[in-house]
Design a binder for this molecule. Structure first.
Ligand SMILES: [Zn+2]
Length: 157
């Protein structure tokens, strides 16, 4: 790993720490030439297999971009989106797999999005779960109502 400050081609590890959930390792490194310190992260590679069969590295930014479209005009800010993407990544990494289908990533987004904003959830679910009739929407809305009632948060009751 070269030094990001002076580009020296070598560096020395001075400290190594595993993340609490064991999914990544943080290393403090020191450059033997300029003596500056920097941190590197090591995580297992997680590939997302798209429907076309092409695989690409998992990216939180792509989650944010995908969900942002569904959140247009909704009271959802960048911070909410960043937290949602983090939850999705933790959920997927928690599966302990090296690759995952793009559809499964979409499904992993549904639950946190449902908690974040129900309208955005319906928009997103309609694309990911291929809603093509009004009945599909009605079923999804009925399910949201049941959740609200189970949580005791239905203002009508
Ligand atoms: Zn250096």
């Amino acid at each position: 790993m070269h030094c990001p400050f002076c580009r020296h081609p070598d560096s020395r590890v001075v400290d190594s720490r595993t993340a609490e959930d064991g999914s990544s390792i943080r290393r403090r490194r020191q450059c033997p030439q300029c003596n500056r310190r920097f941190t590197t992260m090591e995580a297992t590679s997680l590939a997302v297999i798209k429907r076309s069969g092409v695989s690409e590295e998992f990216s939180r930014q792509k989650i944010v971009t995908g969900v942002r479209k569904a959140c247009q005009g909704r009271p959802v800010n960048d911070d909410d989106l960043a937290k949602l993407a983090q939850r999705v990544e933790e959920k997927i990494r928690g599966l302990g797999v090296a690759e995952i289908d793009a559809d499964e990533v979409g499904l992993a987004i549904l639950e946190p999005l449902r908690e974040l904003d129900q309208i955005a959830y319906l928009r997103f679910a309609s694309v990911y779960q291929g809603f093509d009739t009004l009945e599909d929407f009605e079923a999804a809305i009925a399910s949201l109502r049941r959740d609200a009632e189970a949580a005791g948060s239905d203002p009508a009751s």
